[in-house]
Design a protein around this ligand. Structure first.
Ligand code: HEM
Length: 148
């Protein structure tokens, strides 16, 4: 699952960028809605599968012992990179749920700009930035723990 999520993040960031391009320059609101909902569902399934795998099946620490950045019983590069990654990943997950549910409740169907636009744009850009930083810090953790 670590490898699957690592690779999935390479697809998610360009799709997110395309979705924002669609809404910004071509005013294709319905396409933006479908892409964001698909990304949200894919991320939720991936995060759940990942958590189940990490809690019950895979001992990631055993796989990181060969890394020069890993130490089992003291702070090391791997632990710091994991802490930085979680610092972005956990708030971003909450923010995505908030942005998605508010957008579904407050925009009409089919979606068009309205009273909710200003709030949605602010939180939407924050959510997109959070997801990009989550991907970047996740790749750094993966490289430090399992590749280096
Ligand atoms: C986590 C999911 C989502 C994120 C991160 C997101 C992000 C964004 C961002 C950053 C913008 C502003 C683009 C700009 O600067 O012009 C935007 C615009 C918009 N989004 Fe989303 N969005 C999400 C989900 C949705 C959903 C589910 C809907 C529809 C139900 C939706 C409908 C819209 C609409 C109508 C606009 C245009 C607002 C306007 O220009 O006044 N978004 N979105």
């Amino acid at each position: 699952m670590l490898d699957v999520v690592f690779l999935a993040m390479f697809a998610i960031v360009p799709v997110l960028a395309f979705s924002l391009y669609a809404v910004k320059s071509k005013l294709r609101y319905s396409l933006h809605k479908s892409l964001q909902l698909t990304l949200g569902i894919v991320l939720l399934v991936a995060v759940t599968a990942f958590e189940v795998d990490m809690r019950f099946f895979t001992d990631w620490e055993a796989r990181a012992v060969g890394s020069p950045y890993y130490s089992a019983d003291s702070w090391s590069g791997v632990w710091i990179s994991l802490a930085v990654h979680l610092f972005f990943a956990i708030p971003t997950l909450v923010l995505w749920i908030v942005v998605l549910t508010a957008a579904l409740r407050k925009f009409p169907t089919p979606p068009t700009p309205g009273n909710h636009s200003a709030t949605h744009k602010k939180l939407g850009w924050l959510a997109a930035l959070g997801m990009t930083l989550t991907a970047l810090t996740g790749w750094i953790f993966y490289w430090m723990a399992f590749v280096a």
